[in-house]
Design a protein around this ligand. Structure first.
Ligand code: FAD
Ligand code: NAP
Ligand code: SF4
Length: 677
């Protein structure tokens, strides 16, 4: 067997009383399945698959130690023995597959979305409407006792350990920094008094669970708030939890209320491992690096450089449960890579929906969506090699069908080829790379550069049309003026674009095109280095600034054009963008000086520019080009021709429904259809 390409990643880690089989920690993710007892069989199946996939150590979604610590009403908790049987389903499934799992204890504090919230003070957080009650000294003791009880119950349920959540702005963090903690009792005032809660929790948990139980402490190493902790306070806290009995220190980057992206797709890979590296040598415990580590090579590099002893990957293991096994067989090219879009994971969680994954719709649906061998082998024609057609053809072929995938273009990918040209969306390349490999592995016959007509489809048992979408042309007078371009002209055909631009339509594509045009073309598609990212967002990589940001000026990022983004709706432009990433896009455009106008009506386009009405006034935007990003319409010509001939077919992706279409729907629909042939 060839030696592994990832010796550091795959090396076991000896914790003294137990050994982890490799250096991969699956970071905690709230999937929504933890919240209801009836979903624990699904949760167990989800974790079992990842244990079978070779992960060294997994961490569950956060369980509240008291009802005051709930994330939301009746959200996941560990407060009573009655909850043990459901947790045992999880621990037994994981152990049966040779894995290890810790339960995360998360007290939401003022981030809780319910009326019982408590915190170190009564200061409301900007991301929850509920004002917290400031805990009394007795109240603090009661919450600490909750952590201890939860840990004891976790041990009884069969977990290998617990992770104590001390970062991301949750309760413990609300004590450890002066940002929220204005107390002058034994739990506030000095830095040591502020982090005493962490120390007490770890120490009392250790006393309760014994020596042979993993305690991970998730330490907020970079608050990304001007009144967050300074580096000496972070180190002091790390030493305190080490002395109190922690086994591993995991890295937390940024509070949820901080306005610096930490995991979105435009954050460079491994951009924050320098923070963990700074703690190396300050404590003896194994340290875990985190954030935007999504390939075995990035993980290996972090470990080989000595930045950390383990890497935490959360979303990458939603995207591909077999990540570790594939890495250990030197098959990184077969990994379905997380593109950090957040569209089906965090965006779902924040909308109270069960999480999944855009590139892997089976994630958290392992008991429901399965690709079993087909009872009868059939011939299947799939027209369109965009995300919908790629998912459908590879699942159908995996199940044993004989599949031919057609596309009129010379390459696969459909609109993903446009998405990946947007600065900061280079990760979308990985999905195309994954599908290219998957087509080969499953034996799909590829017919590229072939525009399909009804005759081409004769003789197939199943016909699937995944023909996608084309841009909507709004009925504005002058829409055929030479100043007018579609997003396809710009992104696909490389049309020259002038200095002053108006963009009609402020949806996902309008925002992306604005960002594309704002960038200097020479650097448009090269991703930022971690250093450049830090300069652009005002992060001090020397860690001298309090919270990593105090007093640091973000480097100006002016657009290389004058751009105005328009929509007819009165709402805030970009309101419909992803729940957890929309703010990044809006802030990004604002920082580039791009103007966004709502409530406009379009009158006409002529040599003078784009004529609009706004607030009852007429205006002319004197622009060189008007770019149309006004949504899409389904490509249904082929479907209509087949209908006319009475040929039965399936429609998926954009061809099925163009409104509110995205790749998440396209891939899921393609996979679900093929699972049922
Ligand atoms: P398409 O991707 O449109 O694929 C259809 C394919 O069918 C094409 O390759 C076409 O050539 C082929 N075809 C059509 N007719 C025929 C025929 N008669 N014969 C042969 N071949 C034919 N979505 C997200 O979820 N997240 C994002 O961040 C995101 N960003 C985007 C950024 C941009 C700039 C753009 C343009 C889109 C973005 N999208 C994003 C949208 C996403 O790419 C689409 O929702 C998705 O590609 C739709 O998939 P599909 O397979 O239905 O159609
Ligand atoms: P979209 O998000 O629906 O936006 C279409 C825009 O066009 C809206 O701003 C709409 O605003 C405007 N519009 C609609 N009809 C119009 C008309 N007749 N005349 C003038 N303007 C009109 O669609 P999209 O931007 O084309 O994106 C397509 C899909 O790709 C989306 O579903 C999105 O999820 C996905 N996508 C996602 C991302 C991401 O970052 N997550 C990025 C790109 C694309 P008004 O009606 O108010 O004018
Ligand atoms: Fe990664 Fe997007 Fe999947 Fe979330 S939905 S795991 S961010 S690919």
């Amino acid at each position: 067997m060839k030696p592994t390409s990832y010796p550091h990643l795959l090396a076991p880690l000896n914790l003294g009383f137990t050994t982890l089989r490799n250096r991969v920690l699956m970071g905690s993710m709230h999937t929504g399945l933890e919240d209801r007892a009836k979903n624990y069989p699904r949760l167990a199946a989800y974790f079992r698959e990842r244990a079978e996939g070779g992960v060294g150590l997994m961490v569950t979604g956060g369980m509240a130690p008291t009802i005051r610590g709930w994330l939301a009403p009746l959200a996941s908790s560990m407060v009573s023995k009655r909850q043990l049987p459901r947790h045992r389903l999880v621990t037994e499934a994981v152990h049966g597959a040779g894995g290890k799992i810790c339960m995360q204890i998360l007290h939401a504090g003022r981030y809780g979305y319910h009326p019982f919230v408590v915190s170190s003070s009564d200061q409301k957080s900007p991301i929850s409407p509920f004002r917290p009650r400031a805990l009394s000294a007795r109240g603090v003791e009661r919450e600490i006792a909750g952590f201890v009880r939860a840990a004891r119950l976790a041990r009884e349920a069969g977990y290998d350990g617990v992770e104590i959540m001390g970062s991301e702005g949750y309760l413990i963090n609300q004590f450890t920094t002066a940002h929220v903690n204005d107390r002058d009792d034994q739990w506030g005032g000095s830095s040591a008094a502020r982090y005493r809660i962490a120390e007490e929790i770890v120490q009392r948990v250790r006393e309760a669970v014994g020596a042979d139980f993993i305690i991970i402490y998730r330490l907020s190493m970079l608050d990304l708030l001007p009144d967050g902790n300074d580096w000496s306070e972070v180190v002091a806290q790390a030493r305190a939890v080490e002395a109190a009995g922690a086994s591993i220190i995991n890295t937390g980057i940024g509070w949820h209320e901080a306005r610096i992206p930490t995991i979105a797709t435009m954050v460079p890979r491994g951009a924050f491992s320098f923070v963990t590296a700074q703690l190396k040598g300050q404590v003896a415990l194994p340290l875990v690096a985190t954030n935007r580590i999504n390939t075995p090579q990035v993980a290996e590099d972090v470990l080989a450089r000595g930045d950390a002893d383990m890497v935490s990957m959360a979303r990458p293991l939603l995207a591909d449960p077999e990540f570790v096994n594939k890495a250990s067989h030197n098959e990184a090219h077969r990994i379905n890579t997380c593109i950090a879009c957040n569209q089906a994971c965090l965006d779902h969680t924040f909308k109270n929906q069960i999480a999944s994954c855009l590139v892997n719709p089976r994630a958290c649906h392992e008991t429901e969506l399965n690709y079993r061998p087909a009872a009868q082998r059939r011939t299947v024609a799939v027209v369109g090699a965009g995300p919908a057609g790629l998912a459908c053809s590879t699942v159908a072929a995996e199940r044993g069908h004989e599949v031919t995938l057609f596309d009129q273009e010379p390459a696969i990918g459909g609109q993903f080829n446009l998405a990946r040209s947007i600065p900061g969306k280079e990760e979308f390349d990985e999905t195309i790379r994954y599908f290219e490999q998957r087509l080969a592995d499953t034996g799909v016959q590829l017919a590229l550069g072939q525009r399909v007509e009804p005759e081409t489809l004769q003789g197939f048992d199943e016909i699937v049309l995944a023909t996608g979408v084309h841009p909507r042309e709004p009925g504005i007078p002058g829409i055929d003026h030479p100043k007018v371009l579609s997003y396809l002209d710009v992104l696909k055909h490389g049309a020259e674009v002038g200095e002053r631009v108006a963009i009609i339509g402020a949806g996902g594509i309008g925002f992306d095109v604005a960002d594309y045009l704002a960038h200097d073309p020479e650097h448009a598609s090269s991703s930022l280095s971690a250093e450049a990212f830090a300069r652009e967002w005002g992060i001090d990589r020397s860690l001298e600034a309090r919270g990593g940001v105090a007093g640091v000026t973000a480097e100006p990022v002016p657009a290389c054009r004058e751009i105005t983004l328009l929509q007819r709706k009165d709402s805030k432009p970009g309101k419909g963008l992803g729940k957890t990433t929309g703010w990044v896009h809006r802030l990004n455009l604002k920082r580039r000086g791009i103007q966004a106008l709502s409530g406009v009506s379009y009158e006409r386009i002529d040599d003078a520019g784009l004529h609009i009405q706004r607030n009852g006034q007429s205006e002319v935007l004197d622009v060189d080009h008007v770019i149309v990003c006004a949504g899409q319409l389904s490509n249904r010509d082929l479907a209509s021709q087949l209908d006319d001939r009475g040929v039965v077919h399936h429609l998926i992706g954009g061809a099925f429904e163009a409104r509110e279409l995205d790749a998440k729907h396209a891939i899921r629909q393609g996979s679900e259809l093929a699972a049922g042939f």
